[in-house]
Design a protein around this ligand. Structure first.
Ligand SMILES: [Zn+2]
Ligand SMILES: [Zn+2]
Length: 367
């Protein structure tokens, strides 16, 4: 057993409270990671607020980065002292995993929100009662995390670990949707709805691959300004609700080749679809309250248009996260500009700042 301090949500809406808990010893194929820093993602808030109703009390956190403390007997690729970023869990054996689509692992839900190991055992123990762990295979709002070796992505030691956790979810989701899923050609046109950390990661990636018209759409001027600095050719305030018309004007009436929707709001998804060229592809990234529906005019689906969901940027984390780090090192993917660091104890403030929009991507530093 390893004594840990973890942020626990005990009731719908929070708050998080820091509690002393115990973490199981690593099994043969597991790794114990001393968490250095962890990002907060909207999915953590959705579960805290029970829009996505997982069992409470729970240790959330799925953008962890840290240092390997101990490894199980059969772990070959990692050793104590290695720096790692934690990625979502996958089985490694199903057809999707075997073909590089582990983000669509057939066991994705049980492994990531089953809150137990595949054999049903719990990873976290509390002095009294039960606290659920193994969230996204990691529950990294904690000083230590226990993960399957597949989830621990080795990264270079000379890069600041405090920055890297969000590469495991939000940032790879935005960048990967461009670089892995949509793969726009140089000269393509793109609109990004929602200029938060996911949308702005997509803006940076779109600039990288040579998209020439990159339209960021949001309601907050500070985000739109940052979008311009990170590569958006145009930034539209959607307060008027006229984004579709404005995007058509910017593209000589044609619309955009690609739209990326990161708000999970039905009216905005509709706008993202309606601003497409023919043919065009709209990627939908966000998660909404269970049962949320979106409507489309069937006639606008003609002309070869596509709406598709994309999870975690369809990334193979083991190669994609090191790629993003190298692009950052070269100054071509400045994702650090999205991040504001907080002490772990200030997790509730960090989450509030994320909700208000004052902070795009909070990262909690462990003591
Ligand atoms: Zn996430
Ligand atoms: Zn699988």
């Amino acid at each position: 057993m390893t004594a840990i301090t973890a942020a626990v949500v005990r009731a719908k809406g929070g708050p998080w409270s820091l509690e002393a808990l115990e973490l199981d010893e690593p099994r043969d194929d597991e790794v114990l990671v001393r968490i250095k820093a962890v990002g907060i993602c909207h999915t953590d808030l959705s579960i805290r607020d029970q829009y996505l109703p997982l069992r409470l009390p729970i240790v959330l956190g799925h953008e962890g980065a840290g240092v390997v403390e101990r490894v199980g007997a059969r772990v070959k690729a990692l050793q104590p002292g290695d720096h790692v970023v934690l990625a979502p869990a996958s089985c490694g054996a199903c057809g999707n995993c075997q073909s590089g689509l582990q983000v669509y692992c057939e066991q994705f839900l049980p492994l990531n929100i089953g809150l137990r190991r595949p054999d049903g055992s719990a990873t976290i123990r509390a002095a009294e009662g039960k606290v659920h762990g193994a969230f996204f295979g990691q529950s990294s709002f904690a000083t230590f995390s226990l993960v399957h070796e597949r989830c621990a992505i080795k990264v270079p030691r000379d890069v600041p670990l405090e920055l890297l956790g969000p590469l495991g979810c939000g940032i790879q989701a935005g960048a990967g949707t461009i670089l892995n899923a949509l793969r726009p050609r140089a000269g393509a046109t793109l609109a990004v709805f929602g200029a938060g950390s996911v949308g702005l990661s997509a803006v940076m990636a779109a600039r990288l691959v040579g998209c020439t018209t990159i339209v960021a759409v949001d309601l907050q001027e500070s985000r739109l300004q940052l979008a311009r600095e990170l590569g958006a050719s145009h930034a539209l305030d959607n307060a008027s609700g006229n984004a579709v018309d404005e995007i058509r004007q910017l593209t000589a009436g044609r619309g955009v080749d690609y739209a990326l929707e990161a708000t999970a709001l039905p009216t905005v998804i509709r706008q993202a679809f309606d601003c497409l060229a023919t043919p065009g592809v709209c990627a939908v990234l966000g998660l909404a309250r269970q049962g949320t529906e979106v409507s489309l005019d069937i006639n606008t689906l003609g002309n070869g248009r596509t709406v598709r969901g994309v999870t975690e940027g369809e990334s193979v984390a083991r190669t994609f996260i090191p790629t993003l780090i190298e692009l950052w090192r070269q100054g071509r993917f400045p994702f650090d500009r999205l991040i504001r660091q907080y002490d772990f104890a200030d997790i509730n403030q960090a989450a509030a700042d994320m909700v208000s929009g004052a902070t795009l991507k909070p990262v909690l530093r462990m003591p």
